[in-house]
Design a protein around this ligand. Structure first.
Ligand SMILES: [Mg+2]
Length: 196
């Protein structure tokens, strides 16, 4: 972080620990405060909310919870305990679009900025992810990748692409805005069941 911060003094920076630290590392993690990070994401265990509250009280850098949040109830617990100052919402992790919107609305009302990272979605999930990020609570830049980063061929058109300024256009067709290409689904299918 020191090397990156020295090279880019004003860039918005964040780190994601993916649960690799323990509460005993609190003093070590506090050393990151001097780099002015936007957040440290998920420093402690995926199953923890409580120890994040202790860690957040001992460091200045905002903590963001990702894998610990599986539902609105988890988000409420985290906010009430002071376990984080930011939440990463992935609709695939919290059980779908409706729960993702509930969490976003709750966080928005409680002054907790949210953002959204992608998982390994095909273009269907990726389109949902982009639409989710148009909600007012999403004030931190999203982490949606171009289709070609994970797939040489996807099952929807058009693919997600970045423009020259790093922006992604919102799919504008009916529904989620992308078309499922049945030929591509058939090409990649490993099993088929037909319902009458
Ligand atoms: Mg993460």
């Amino acid at each position: 972080m020191e090397a990156v911060r020295n090279s880019y003094p004003t860039l918005q920076l964040m780190v994601d620990a993916n649960g690799d630290y323990a509460i005993d590392d609190a003093k070590h993690l506090a050393k990151l405060d001097k780099y002015g990070l936007t957040m440290i994401e998920q420093p402690l265990s995926y199953s923890d909310i409580y120890f994040h509250s202790k860690l957040q009280k001992s460091i200045e850098t905002p903590l963001c919870l990702d894998e610990s949040i599986h539902s609105l109830e988890d988000a409420i617990t985290a906010v009430e305990l002071g376990s984080c100052k930011i939440v990463n919402i992935k609709e695939g992790r919290v059980g779908g679009m409706a729960e993702a919107v509930r969490i976003a609305e709750y966080c928005h009302k409680n002054g907790i900025p949210v953002w959204s990272g992608g998982m390994d979605e095909t273009g269907i999930g990726r389109a949902f992810n982009i639409h989710l990020q148009t909600a007012p609570a999403f004030t931190i830049p999203g982490d949606t990748s171009e289709t070609k980063l994970y797939f040489t061929e996807d099952i929807v058109t058009p693919p997600v692409t970045l423009d020259q300024d790093g922006y992604i256009s919102i799919p504008e067709g009916p529904g989620i805005g992308v078309k499922v290409e049945e030929d591509m689904v058939k090409k990649f299918e490993i099993n088929r069941e037909e319902l009458i």
